[in-house]
Design a protein around this ligand. Structure first.
Ligand SMILES: NC(=O)c1ccc[n+]([C@@H]2O[C@H](COP(=O)([O-])OP(=O)(O)OC[C@H]3O[C@@H](n4cnc5c(N)ncnc54)[C@H](O)[C@@H]3O)[C@@H](O)[C@H]2O)c1
Length: 357
């Protein structure tokens, strides 16, 4: 078992990585908790529900399903669930357990933050991406037609329960998409993690428990550290956006359907590496190393039909673009990044072209 404290002005809590923790979930419910609402999807519940059901056996709980899928990450399903919570006896002493991938973690956390002006949430992530990233740090939200995650809150959970055994049923493509976020973590802040991904790809891809537990633990340690230093993304937390600036543009341009989030991040990392090397921030050697590791955990689905100019236009309308200045997180060496803005648009366009292959 590994436990990582997350210390934010809003709350201090632990992200715990432990095989079998879901089956001991009730140990993490505070005394005096009223009705527990498990928010999940039918898909996640079919694959992994038995574990959490065993963990909550002694606790009265209600099960609520979201539709699931990035295109259903919208406000409307939350209104339906909130109404259901009221009808099933929810009140201010209620607690939400968000049990699923990043979509469920973001939506369940958001629902908890607005239900009766806020009830606690426990995050129980079941995809690799959610275990290493989405479930930690308190960012919640939903998409608007106008863009991704444009409505949301900061609502830190009471606890994050990470059970690597829950990944056993995760489809291969989802697992690889999560690995791209792990590569991101290595590049921004952990050379040992990056080296492990480079040297032990067979074990990682075969989901050998020792390899999986290490990469989750190291990623969670870093996410917890970064969020503790900067809850609201005023400074250090921005480094987590490595690969995300251009990745978000790709997701938006393709209607959030063609690429998984992690795959879009892989694309964005390729472009950022090109930018870093061509501006002299990153050595050619490190650039090749990063691109090779991304390749090893690929493939990223084919990119034909996507216009570089369209992605550039999307960049300027991203919510992280402040007053027209696009910020890029660029690696300076493996394990360290810097935030850069004001890059020449022609250079950005060339980076996108290069990532489009
Ligand atoms: N809040 C944050 O800080 C943060 C950070 C990164 C990403 N995110 C968000 O996370 C979302 C993406 O999350 P995701 O990649 O987990 O996608 P997801 O939640 O859509 O889950 C992917 C798929 O895996 C299935 N699934 C989940 N767990 C499973 C399991 N154990 N076995 C079998 N199938 C399982 C789901 O039903 C779904 O079909 C995006 O909306 C993104 O914005 C949020």
């Amino acid at each position: 078992m590994s436990t990582f404290p997350v210390q934010t002005p809003q709350r201090t809590y632990c992200a715990t990585v432990e095989r079998g923790i879901l089956e001991r979930a009730s140990a993490h419910l505070p005394a005096g908790t009223g009705k527990v609402f498990v928010v999940s999807t039918e898909d996640v519940w079919r694959h992994q529900g038995a574990r959490l059901r065993r963990g909550l056996e002694s606790f009265r709980h209600e099960l609520l399903f979201l539709p699931g899928g990035e295109d259903q990450k919208r406000l409307a399903p939350l209104e339906i669930l909130a109404g259901e919570m009221v009808r099933r006896g929810g009140d201010r002493s209620s607690l939400v357990i968000a049990f699923g991938g990043g979509v469920v973690n973001d939506m369940g956390g958001f629902l908890a933050s607005i239900f009766m002006r806020g009830v606690p949430v426990i995050q129980a992530p079941t995809t690799l991406l959610a275990q290493v990233d989405a479930a930690i740090g308190g960012k919640t939200g939903v998409n608007l037609v106008e863009g991704k995650n444009l409505v949301g809150t900061f609502h830190q959970p009471l606890a994050v329960l990470i059970d690597p055994a829950a990944l056993d049923t995760l489809p291969e493509r989802e697992y690889r998409a999560g690995l791209f976020e792990v590569i991101k973590t290595g590049v921004i802040r952990s050379q040992p993690l990056f080296r492990m991904l480079a040297d032990q790809s067979e074990q990682v891809l075969a989901r050998a428990p020792e390899a999986v537990d290490y990469l989750i633990g190291e990623s969670v340690r870093i996410k917890a550290e970064v969020v503790s230093a900067d809850e609201r993304e005023g400074g250090l937390r921005r480094i987590l956006n490595f690969g995300h600036t251009i990745g978000h543009a790709l997701e938006a341009e393709t209607g959030y359907r063609r690429f998984l989030h992690g795959e879009a991040v892989a694309f964005g990392m390729r472009a950022a590496v090109y930018l870093a090397e061509s501006t002299g921030y990153l050595s050619a050697e490190d650039s090749v190393d990063i691109l090779e590791v991304i390749e090893r955990y690929g493939p990223v689905p084919p990119l034909e039909g996507i216009a570089a100019e369209a992605l550039l236009r999307r960049l300027t309308s991203d919510k992280k673009t402040v007053q027209g200045r696009i910020h890029f997180v660029l690696p300076v060496r493996i394990g360290e990044v810097t935030v850069v803005s004001g890059l020449d648009e022609r250079l950005v366009l060339a980076a996108i072209w290069s990532a489009l292959g």
